[in-house]
Structures are given as structure tokens and as C-alpha cells.
Write a protein that binds this ligand. Structure first.
Ligand code: PEP
Length: 254
């Protein structure tokens, strides 16, 4: 049975103390809710990660991740953070390819392929984001866009490496907009992604791959989204900044 994950993406929010306070609240609220194959993950700014890992000790259904990592192992890249550094804090995950990084920092599929390799080499599990813009959907090119993101970003991996990935389908038009994909729209793309994985790596790998939905997911719409056969949880932006909302989304699986 594949892992069910609700991952929060705090983005560039919360100072150090605010982050620790929110995470403590979240742990207290989700510790009895995440059960079985479920996991709750918080991807915080870099400054919080080490302390959050300490707070999460003893809670094996709660994990911590970063929101980005550099593609090189180390070197003269002032201001950057390497996958090895992130791993050394005890973090387990790293978001790669978020649409905000693609849009504002020019991250291409080719760059993301390198970032994925470096993250995996350093034993971090990438939460690899893909998704189309509104223009791409309106032009009916969304399936092509997603296939290209898969092929150029992660389909160079071998099956063992691929098995360590979590994929997040995040339609760009739904991120932070309050507009959610309908459960049918999301399921259609998740099914497509799983079929592409099956064609490349075989059905067993495809069936074991956790595919999250992201884009204005909240406690009201999570249940219907997560009830879809190919949706294995969510990547949650805005609602992960409120402990009650995030916990209610985690509880959706129960
Ligand atoms: C995100 O940033 O990954 C995201 C899904 O944001 P939101 O939930 O706020 O739409």
C-alpha cells in the first residue's frame, strides 16, 4: 500500500519563533491523527529545519523537509544551501520544482533533473512538483506539459531511485488562488501521471508511487480530493500555516 502524505509548504513565512510555535501546535494536534501508512510533513524555511527535526523526535509519523536545494554538491555559490547540509539537519524531504521556483527563479526541467540527482545522492526524498499554467490548460496542452516535466525532470532516474520520489501535481492556476481543481480534474491528471510512470517503470512502481495534489487544498475540499483513487494526499500551502486547518486535512484520511 502506498504512503499517504499531507505535506505543508510554509513558503517564505514565519520567523524562527513563530515557526517553532506553529510546529509544536501541529505536532500536538496531528500526533494521534496520522496513523498506518500516513505521514505529515512540514517543509519549512531553512532556518527552522534543524529545530523542527528536534521537536519531531519520537513522532514517527511527522517529518520535516526543505523547500529547495542546490544542484551542486558544494562550492562557491554564495547564499545557497546544499542537499548535504539539509540532510545533516535530519530533514527527510525536499520540495523540488515548485511552480514559484520555476516562475520566479527560472528553474527549468533540466536544472530540476540535476537537483533531483543531487538530492537523491544525499538521501533526501524529493517532493517533485509538476503542473500546468492556466494558459496551457486553456490551450489544451496540459497533458503534454506534464509529460514533458516528467520526462525531462525525473524519467532519467532508474527504478530504485524513482521509488524514493513523491510527486505533487499542482496546477499553477490553483496555487494560492482559492480556486481548486475539481476532484475529477485532479483525478484525471493523477491517473495520467500514474499511467506514464507505469509505461516507463512498470505497474508495480506506478502503484507504489505517492502522488499528491496541491492547489488551494483546505479542510473543506480535502476529503473529496483524497477520496480519488490516484490522489494520495496533498501539498498544502496557505492552510499549512494554521495548525487547525492542517490537522483537519491530515484527519481527512481517517
Ligand atoms: C503550494 O504552494 O504548494 C500550494 C499548494 O499552495 P496553496 O495551498 O496555498 O494553494
Amino acid at each position: 500500500m502506498r504512503k499517504k502524505i499531507v505535506a505543508g509548504n510554509w513558503k517564505m513565512n514565519l520567523d524562527y519563533n513563530e515557526g517553532l510555535a506553529l510546529f509544536s501546535e501541529i505536532i500536538n494536534m496531528v500526533k494521534d491523527e496520522a496513523t498506518g501508512t500516513q505521514e505529515a510533513v512540514i517543509c519549512s524555511p531553512f532556518i527552522h529545519i534543524h529545530s523542527l527535526v528536534q521537536l519531531a523526535k519520537g513522532y514517527n509519523k511527522v517529518a520535516v523537509g526543505a523547500q529547495n536545494a542546490h544542484q551542486e554538491e558544494k562550492g562557491a555559490y554564495t547564499g545557497e544551501i546544499s542537499a548535504k547540509m539539509i540532510k545533516s539537519t535530519g530533514a527527510a524531504y525536499v520540495i523540488l520544482g515548485h511552480s514559484e521556483r520555476r516562475q520566479y527563479f527560472g528553474e527549468t526541467n533540466a536544472l530540476l533533473a540535476k537537483k533531483t540527482d543531487t538530492a537523491l545522492k544525499n538521501d533526501l526524498r524529493p517532493i517533485f512538483c509538476i503542473g500546468e499554467t492556466l494558459q496551457e490548460r486553456e490551450a489544451n496542452t496540459h497533458f503534454d506539459v506534464i509529460k514533458t516535466q516528467l520526462v525531462e525532470g525525473i524519467f532519467h532516474l532508474d527504478a530504485d531511485q524513482f521509488a524514493k520520489l513523491v510527486i505533487a501535481y499542482e496546477p499553477v492556476w490553483a496555487i494560492g488562488t482559492g480556486v481548486t481543481a475539481t476532484s475529477a480534474q485532479a483525478q484525471e491528471i493523477h491517473e495520467f501521471i500514474r499511467k506514464e510512470i507505469a509505461a516507463k517503470y512498470g505497474q508495480e512502481v506506478a502503484d507504489a508511487t505517492t502522488i499528491l495534489y496541491g492547489g488551494s487544498c483546505n479542510p473543506t475540499n480535502a476529503a473529496e480530493l483524497f477520496a480519488q483513487p490516484d490522489i494520495d494526499g496533498g501539498l498544502i500551502g496557505g492552510a499549512s500555516l494554521k495548525s487547525r486547518d492542517f490537522t483537519d486535512i491530515v484527519k481527512t484520511f481517517n
